[in-house]
Design a protein around this ligand. Structure first.
Ligand SMILES: Cc1cc2nc3c(=O)[nH]c(=O)nc-3n(C[C@H](O)[C@H](O)[C@H](O)COP(=O)(O)OP(=O)(O)OC[C@H]3O[C@@H](n4cnc5c(N)ncnc54)[C@H](O)[C@@H]3O)c2cc1C
Length: 480
């Protein structure tokens, strides 16, 4: 096979040096200072700016090397939508870039301010405006766990949660996340119907507020906060069952897959099914289920109470052992071993692990076999049951030993050649972390809601290309 080019696999925008005048940032701070009396906070200390300019990008050694120096000059923490508008106005009037931040749990440096400027932290906007059995409207800084607490009294919950549900905000999830617990039934956030609407604020000298629904909201979904400030989100709900968390020992990955395939085809409410190979089962201590490691694989399932007996019958048929069964909890939940939490736990054990994100082809056996053979001990399989384009599929977040960028690029190329869709977690632009293609609607939305290109600069490749083509009217970011 032709050796993969690491540079081509991990494109990085040439963002260059800061293009705004540092004095302009000071002027923004001065303009916003009177709002401190109403709860807005301004953080200027370099150590605070540095700490908040990070997310979980260090799971990628490629990004860790490239993003270390990026840092905001001012962090602004508003508590009302009016204050968000004031920040947008102050920055737009002085052409200072704004990078949005929720809880900063993103994996790809999404909330890292590549050009400095203002970091706008949304965790102060945390009112649940309305909730019913059908949908919820919550301010963007609400933690997902808090939204579920409100919904529980209506007998419902959010359809999709990242495994970071205890910390992550609803705005950060829609702008930066993709799916997670619930994706085996509800698909991904990008699937029409999973985000019902949003209230946004534009970045202009006189900011406007818009209510967007349906197709109008779609370009801001998973756009990393590059094309509008979301201040509230309206999301649909799902029935709240008496969920039970199961940790199951299975002899090997093939048996685990056969069991999981059977479970997901039944008429059972199951919202999470994930599989972990022997290496992960040995490495991530809570997966041992209180026992010494038995050399087997693990399956985690979250099933409704009424499904439990049927599930147990099938575990027996597949000679699988139920190690843990308990009602779903919030803290210490088995859900916090799934999705990218597996990567987190593995890296806590040994930081030499990094990871990939793949949608496997409908028949995944050849991918599992070929990559296992190619990578040997340098790869550990973690599979998640998902629904993609309406079909039951497997996503994979395999752990990979870091052997340099070229080796990682080779694995990615092999996976692609085997029919996997790759969501590259070692790049910073929306497009390169997605399907690789520019979404014209996202660029159009940026032209409408952020005409000077101030929001999260460097992260929307379509915008950079549009500017480079000479059509962009924004010109360089200037002080003043
Ligand atoms: C251990 C671990 C596990 C994870 N598991 C999952 C998972 O299961 N599923 C998943 O999808 N992701 C997962 N992630 C990624 C991340 O945790 C989620 O996507 C999370 O929802 C991000 O929320 P946040 O509040 O931390 O957003 P941030 O990380 O703060 O921001 C994410 C992006 O959204 C933008 N943004 C934030 N708020 C706004 C706003 N109000 N308006 C416009 N733009 C905004 C930011 O600029 C940034 O680009 C995981 C990450 C880690 C570290």
């Amino acid at each position: 096979m032709r050796p993969a080019s690491a540079d081509a696999a991990f494109p990085f925008p040439s963002v260059g040096p800061r293009r705004h005048d540092p004095a302009a940032v000071a002027a923004v701070a001065q303009a916003l200072t009177p709002l401190a009396a109403d709860g807005l906070r301004l953080l200027v200390k370099p150590e605070e700016c540095r700490r908040l300019s990070r997310d979980a990008y260090d799971y990628s050694p490629v990004l860790a090397a490239r993003l270390a120096a990026a840092e905001a000059e001012l962090v602004v923490c508003p508590v009302t939508v009016e204050q968000v508008e004031a920040v947008a106005a102050a920055c737009a009037q002085r052409r200072v870039p704004i990078t949005m931040r929720g809880a900063g749990t993103g994996n790809y440096g999404q909330a890292v301010p590549l050009l400095g400027g203002v970091l706008l932290t949304m965790t102060g906007l945390r009112t649940v405006r309305s909730a019913s059995g059908d949908c919820v409207t919550a301010e963007a800084g609400c933690r997902l766990v808090a939204v579920d607490e409100v919904l529980a009294s209506h007998g419902v919950e959010q359809r999709l949660l990242p495994s970071t549900y205890r910390t992550a905000t609803i705005g950060g999830f829609v702008a930066g996340g993709s799916g997670g617990i619930g994706s085996m039934g509800w698909g991904f956030l990008r699937d029409p119907g999973n985000v019902l609407g949003m209230e946004i604020v534009t970045v202009e000298p006189h900011p406007r507020r818009h209510q967007l629904t349906g197709d109008a909201a779609a370009p801001l979904n998973h756009a990393y906060g590059t094309n509008g400030i979301m201040v509230a989100l309206t999301m649909p709900t799902a029935p709240l069952h008496r969920w039970q968390e199961l940790l199951v020992a299975v002899s090997d990955l093939d048996h685990g897959l056969a069991l999981a395939e059977q479970l997901r085809r039944m008429a059972l409410p199951i919202k999470e099914l994930s599989l972990y190979d022997q290496r992960i089962a040995a490495m991530v201590r809570p997966m041992r289920g209180g026992a010494t490691h038995d050399g087997g694989c693990r399956l985690i399932a979250v099933v409704a109470l009424e499904a439990l007996e049927t599930v147990k019958t099938h575990l027996r048929r597949h000679k699988a052992r139920l190690l843990v069964r308990r009602p779903q909890t919030v803290a210490g939940s088995l859900r916090e071993l799934t999705w990218n939490h597996t990567t987190l736990h593995a890296r806590a054990n040994d930081p030499a692990w990094t990871y990939l994100q793949l949608l496997l082809p409908p028949e995944p056996a050849a991918v599992l076999r070929t990559l296992s053979r190619q990578q040997g001990d340098g790869l550990a399989w973690h599979l998640e049951a998902v629904r993609s384009g309406g079909e039951a599929r497997w996503a994979a977040l395999p752990l990979l030993r870091w052997n340099g960028a070229a080796a990682l690029a080779t694995v990615m190329e092999t996976a692609r050649n085997l029919g996997c869709t790759l969501f590259n977690p070692h790049v910073v632009t929306v497009e390169d972390g997605g399907l690789g293609v520019v979404d014209r609607d996202q660029v159009q939305a940026k032209r409408a809601y952020d005409p000077a290109g101030l929001l999260n600069p460097g992260k929307l490749r379509g915008w950079l290309e549009w500017e480079a083509s000479g059509q962009g009217s924004a010109g360089p970011l200037m002080g003043g």
